[in-house]
Write a protein that binds this ligand. Structure first.
Ligand SMILES: *Cc1c(COP(=O)(O)O)cnc(C)c1O
Length: 407
């Protein structure tokens, strides 16, 4: 055999009993079958065999199984981003004529997706008030196929009465999907929200998770997941996944696998730092309101307590992210100057990484329903990284002074 052929069809086979702490990076589009019969009979949907890179490799199967366990489900599908997971659920489960209901404080691209893409397929949407269960009840019709949930909500961090919202969806026979990025599978179990002893088990039908945030933990990977306990939903989602072709790269999957073992430690550390900084912010006159569900008086605080305080976590668990409402006397330019004056907090989207981030928001332009629970004024979101919290507090204090917002 010539060298060029030998370099491809080399006879050497490494021993098979290799074991190491981390899962290997298996990269493949093509998967080789031992014979035609195997090619014809192999099944990827139940993870019993490999057929094509898009349908799964040892690396992606392993990550999927670990994420399903993390969130309390039994099936997991990986997508190239958190937003792709939301889009995948919509496209797999909604038909022309169906309606999807989205909370007003949802991750904003969820609404844009409905407005810009679902509408083109004759799928309508409505926005409901996540703090008013009766508002959702009034909006569910015979056309409602799917209800999105988010706890806590994006930017304004309201924690809804998730148990009541899920109970309502179940009673009306409507599928409910939770964007579980904030809870990350740690703060509460979305598939077991059992409200009290003796009550029937209660859980969402499926979750999506922006692995981009805490599971990646590095600010350097985009990935999403869909998790469910339903065999039937998993089958539909997997078939759509195969047809739509939205797989993930092996190096990215390995990066998330590598970061998963430290997820609970990072989540807890960022929670503690965020709560400490949020409590301090509550004492600063420049901020008229601090939005963090674990803080007394924050919108939905009692619902957060009900779900996220457990015997294992008596202080409760929360993501390391919160927002402040700036005093309404500050102009947009003053709020921007405050963000610019921060040194450790960098201006950027996303969260869950090592570096703290800040972002100003103009809520009036992105919300449909009235927000009487929010003070007037511009909203600034802080995402807490892994820096020392005293340094972060000093950074905020220095920026308030530099932007002349102090007194
Ligand atoms: C970031 C985020 C997403 C989207 O994740 P990407 O990977 O950035 O697409 C979805 N939902 C929530 C709540 C998020 O914070």
């Amino acid at each position: 055999m010539s060298c060029s052929t030998d370099l491809i069809h080399h006879p050497y086979q490494p021993p098979t009993d290799f074991e190491a702490p981390q899962v290997g990076v298996f990269k493949a589009s093509t998967v080789i079958f031992p014979n035609v019969a195997a090619m014809r009979t192999r099944e990827w949907m139940d993870k019993s065999a490999y057929t094509y890179g898009l349908h799964g490799t040892p690396t992606t199967f392993t990550l999927e199984e670990r994420l399903a366990t993390l969130e309390g489900g039994t099936h997991c599908i990986l997508t190239p981003s958190g937003l792709a997971a939301i889009a995948h659920v919509d496209f797999a489960l909604l038909n022309t004529g169906d309606e999807v209901l989205i909370p007003d404080n949802a991750y904003a691209p969820n609404k844009s997706l409905a407005e810009g893409e679902l509408a083109r397929f004759g799928i309508t949407h409505q926005v409901y008030d996540p703090l008013d269960v009766s508002d959702l009840a009034a909006r569910i019709t015979a056309r409602t196929r799917l209800v999105w949930l988010e706890a806590a909500g994006s930017v304004t961090m309201e924690f809804p009465d998730l148990v009541a919202l899920v109970q309502l969806c179940k009673a009306r026979g409507v599928l409910c999907a939770l964007d579980n990025t904030w809870g990350a599978g740690l703060a509460f179990n979305a598939f077991d929200l059992t409200p009290g002893q003796g009550d029937a088990p209660l859980g969402v039908d499926l979750t999506i998770h922006a692995l981009t945030k805490y599971p990646s933990g590095g600010g350097d990977v985009l990935m999403g997941s869909i998790v469910t306990r339903s065999d039937e939903l998993a089958r539909r989602l997997k078939l759509s996944h195969m047809r739509l072709g939205t797989g993930v790269g092996a190096n990215d999957a390995e990066a998330v696998l590598r970061a998963l073992p430290s997820l609970p430690l990072r989540y807890r550390a960022q929670d503690l730092a965020a709560r400490s900084l949020a409590s301090w912010c509550a004492s600063q006159p420049a901020f008229s309101q601090v939005l963090h569900p674990a803080l007394n008086g924050s919108p939905g605080h009692t619902h957060w307590q009900q779900l996220c305080i457990t015997p294992q976590a008596p202080e409760g668990l929360a993501a390391g992210i919160f927002s402040v409402v700036m005093d309404e006397r500050f102009s947009a330019a003053q709020v921007d100057a405050f963000c610019d004056a921060l040194h450790l907090f960098k201006i950027g989207y996303s969260w869950g990484g090592p570096m703290s981030l800040v972002m100003p928001y103009h809520m009036a332009s992105s919300r449909v329903r009235s927000s009487s629970h929010l003070q007037q004024g511009r909203v600034v979101r802080f995402c807490i990284g892994l820096e020392d919290v005293t340094d972060l507090q000093n950074d905020v204090l220095r920026a308030l002074t530099a932007a002349h917002l102090q007194n």
